[in-house]
Write a protein that binds this ligand. Structure first.
Ligand code: GLA
Length: 386
């Protein structure tokens, strides 16, 4: 986020609360490949980006919670002895974090927090994980709880699962907290082992095209997809007792029991099993520098998300279909949970101008919107900046 953006948060905080104890930058994330594999304990390839939520935090000693969402110009007040869903939605990401700290037995004294940023809300760059992780990180720093980043990611994920009510996987919180400059994170969501994969290519740009469809329905549909995956696991487990998640299923096992499946549940599981194998193959392609193969895998992911997992929407399909055949576009697909948000495009640097010129009329004529396109850099994870 720009220096002026950080200043805005500092000024917004000081106007209302006085001097902050800490200032935290917490980035949004992108994901090159591996969608809806995290909650199936498979592989993902995300990174933290150069857009962030910044939080100014000050401790209090009277058990009060005062929160200020600068971009929404909205506030919340409550007390630590009665942390419950706010009815305002956005405070719940922060209150969920407080509840998780309380459940661990971490003593909280009270706090003021103001936040704002340039991670576009609802655009699939996970502003919610940035907010949860940044708040958890800041309190952990100020109160010396001693949790490491992976523990903070788990805590932030639980806050979203149990308090906000979205049964998300760990990818977003992990990427936001664990990101590194010019690195992707190849994460195994079963045991949280990970490797940083260098992505320093000056000749490739990572470009996000915002569909400007805010994925408000995503929560319930997300939970429904997750339940369908679990139904698939329950069914397969009867045939292969050691099977813990769709990560353990092969296409052959799935195919062999096709007749026992509800067809919709089958389509969901088929996508997940294929996507997991695709991430492994795509990572191998990246390692040998075969970006054409990597991009082709991204295109296949889009098709799977659109037709098998069914979490795309017409606007995302239009953006991906328009981008895929353009010269210099290696791959294009919807990114994140779905039902809106962005497409992610790998574009050869010399083709960037023609890409932007070609996408503008697609936005205007087919989506009836002005283009909103972000060119992303990979940045370090959550950090204290003051
Ligand atoms: C959302 C969730 C993640 C992940 C993606 C889909 O961003 O928060 O945990 O499941 O969707 O890959």
């Amino acid at each position: 986020m720009s220096a002026s953006g950080i200043e805005r948060v500092v000024n917004g905080f000081r106007e209302v609360f006085g001097r902050e104890d800490a200032l935290v930058r917490s980035p949004g994330r992108l994901n090159l490949i591996g969608e809806h594999t995290d909650h199936n304990l498979g592989f993902v390839l995300p990174a933290a980006v150069d857009k962030s939520i910044n939080l100014a935090i000050r401790l209090r000693d009277d058990g009060r919670i005062r929160l200020l969402a600068l971009d929404k110009q909205d506030h919340y007040e409550g007390t630590l002895d009665a942390v419950r869903p706010s009815g305002q939605h956005w405070p719940d990401y922060l209150l969920g974090v407080l509840r998780e700290f309380q459940e661990r037995g971490c003593a909280l004294p009270g706090m003021d927090c103001a936040f704002g940023g340039d991670v576009p809300i609802g655009c699939g760059m996970s502003s919610s994980a940035a907010l949860e992780g940044g708040f958890a990180f800041g309190l952990n720093e100020l109160l010396g709880f001693g949790l490491d980043r992976v523990e903070l990611a788990r805590l932030a994920q639980r806050a979203e699962n149990r308090f906000v009510g979205v049964n998300c996987g760990i990818m977003d919180q992990f990427a936001s907290l664990m990101g590194r400059e010019k690195r992707l994170i190849r994460l195994d969501c079963r045991d949280l082992s990970y490797q940083y994969v260098p992505f320093e290519r000056e000749d490739i740009r990572i470009v996000l095209c915002d569909s400007q469809v805010s994925h408000s329905l995503a929560g319930s549909a997300y939970n429904q997809r997750r339940a369908q995956c679990q139904a698939g696991v329950a069914l397969l487990k009867a045939h292969q007792p050691g099977l813990e998640s769709l990560r353990d299923a092969t296409p052959e096992l799935l195919e062999a029991h096709r007749a026992e499946f509800d067809p919709e549940v089958y389509r969901r599981c088929e996508y997940v099993v294929a996507e997991n194998l695709r991430v492994i193959a795509a990572c191998a392609a990246l390692e040998r520098g075969d970006l054409a193969a990597f991009g082709a895998a991204m295109n296949e992911t889009h098709a799977g998300l659109a037709h098998g997992y069914e979490v795309s929407c017409p606007e995302l399909d239009i953006l991906a279909a328009a981008a895929q055949p353009l010269p210099g576009v290696l791959g294009s697909r919807m990114m994140g949970g779905g039902f809106g948000g962005c497409t992610i495009n790998l574009v050869e640097a010399p083709a960037l101008e023609t890409f932007l010129a070609a996408m503008a009329p697609v936005y205007r004529n087919q989506l009836h919107k002005d283009p909103i396109i972000h060119i992303c850099q990979l940045r370090g994870g959550t950090e204290r900046i003051a």
